[in-house]
Design a protein around this ligand. Structure first.
Ligand code: ZN
Length: 222
């Protein structure tokens, strides 16, 4: 059986997203994190996330930054996959039997494009993963209490997915992703009910004002 490690960071681990003028600080935070969780920072891969449903299957030869995608999958060992978030859901998926892992950036748009479902389907199709062996973990993210959307978007959700994902104009993004996992036969799903906006002291939250800083979900098959 494969030994897969997955975890979510918080503000304690600092900002993990590169932007203008913060290269050294972020690099130091990433190196500290890799030492804490015992992986090589050179084996960490992250995405240029674009709120799409593009999912890339990668290996050790892949670039450090995987461009234009919101999901990564690998079946190689010692390759750490990272998703960066501040309100969007960091989703980490694993199949210990086949040794296949995935990191998904599930914001509103990617969720509407079925990114959780597509990522699992890709694991099944390319690596013969069985739904019963797949385990899905959703990390801290904005919960229904704080996730107000426009009237227009509310109507789209109601028509496309159903009323059950809404409370007035407040959207339950976690349930929408859970539904996608269930649709492809995955029932082993763990959801964090920590709301990043309510818990902004511990987690970065875009809606609470963190425009560039991000925490992470990281998964690795050791
Ligand atoms: Zn909240």
């Amino acid at each position: 059986m494969n030994e897969i490690k997955s975890f979510f960071t918080s503000k304690i681990n600092g900002n993990l997203s590169f932007s203008k003028d913060n290269h050294n600080e972020v690099l130091l935070n990433r190196i500290k994190l890799s030492k804490k969780y015992k992986y090589n920072n050179n084996n960490l891969r992250h995405m240029q996330q674009i709120h799409s449903s593009n999912i890339q299957v990668i290996n050790h030869k892949s670039d450090i930054l995987i461009k234009n995608c919101d999901g990564l999958i690998t079946h190689e060992k010692n390759l750490a996959l990272m998703v960066l978030v501040a309100d969007c859901i960091p989703i980490l998926i694993e199949d210990k039997v086949k040794g296949v892992i995935s990191a998904v950036h599930a914001g509103r748009n990617s969720t509407f494009l079925n990114i959780s479902k597509l990522s699992i389907q890709k694991m099944i199709k390319q690596f013969d993963c069985k739904p019963k062996d797949i385990f899905v973990r959703m990390g801290p993210s904005i919960q229904q209490c704080c996730y107000e959307i426009s009237e227009e978007l509310k109507n789209i959700v109601e028509k496309s997915f159903g009323k059950e994902f809404l409370n007035g104009r407040y959207l339950n993004l976690q349930e929408l992703n859970k539904q996608q996992c269930i649709e492809v036969g995955v029932e082993n799903i763990e959801i964090s009910y920590i709301c990043t906006k309510c818990s902004n002291e511990e987690y970065y939250s875009y809606r609470a004002g963190d425009k560039v800083k991000r925490f992470a979900g990281i998964i690795i098959n050791k």
